[in-house]
Design a binder for this molecule. Sequence first.
Ligand SMILES: [Zn+2]
Length: 212
Amino acid sequence: MNFFKTPLVLKKLYPSLIWDKHAETNQSEKKNIYLTFDDGPIPDLTPWVLTTLKSYNARATFFCVGDNVSQHPEIYQQMVNEGHQIGNHTYHHLDGWKTENFHYLRNILQCEELIDQLPKQKKLFRPPYGKIKLKQIQQLSPRYDIIMWDILSGDFDPDFNQEVCLERCQQHTQAGTIIIFHDNYKAQKNLTYVLPRYLEHFGEQGFTFATL
Ligand SMILES: [Zn+2]
């Protein structure tokens, strides 16, 4: 794992992106954690995530891949019905660095047609792989809040030890943290171990799991 907690220098280099909510949280004294799940919805794992969240009364933000929403509309609908926030993660999980700008934007709009985000001023977008060009940021910013992260859980690496994964997530989390998990099959082994324990741990400490 290259880095786990997003370095401050990266946050400062791209101030128009949203990396965490520490400042807002400090002002309001709320103890919020913002769970995010990328890449779903998929059968078995996403419904398991939803059940687990429900049992801890937690809300989360799901950055959905349009292609998966179109294949599993019933799971998508369950996310919406259970009060979770939905974000755009492109239609085909495109790498912004390798994709021509016009094609990238069109793919995002194609995803947008499928997902009805809860009414708010701006819609939410997260670039797959965290890779996005400056020009793409400029083109998306009027329409989208671009959500990055404060903590990368590392759940997607099957060789990453489950206990270490949990320990790192717990160690770096603070009020206002945006943490990334994945509802994809590569993450299944780590996610099913880490998520309930993480919810239990911070729930006991009086944290609220809120949507972005
Ligand atoms: Zn992704």
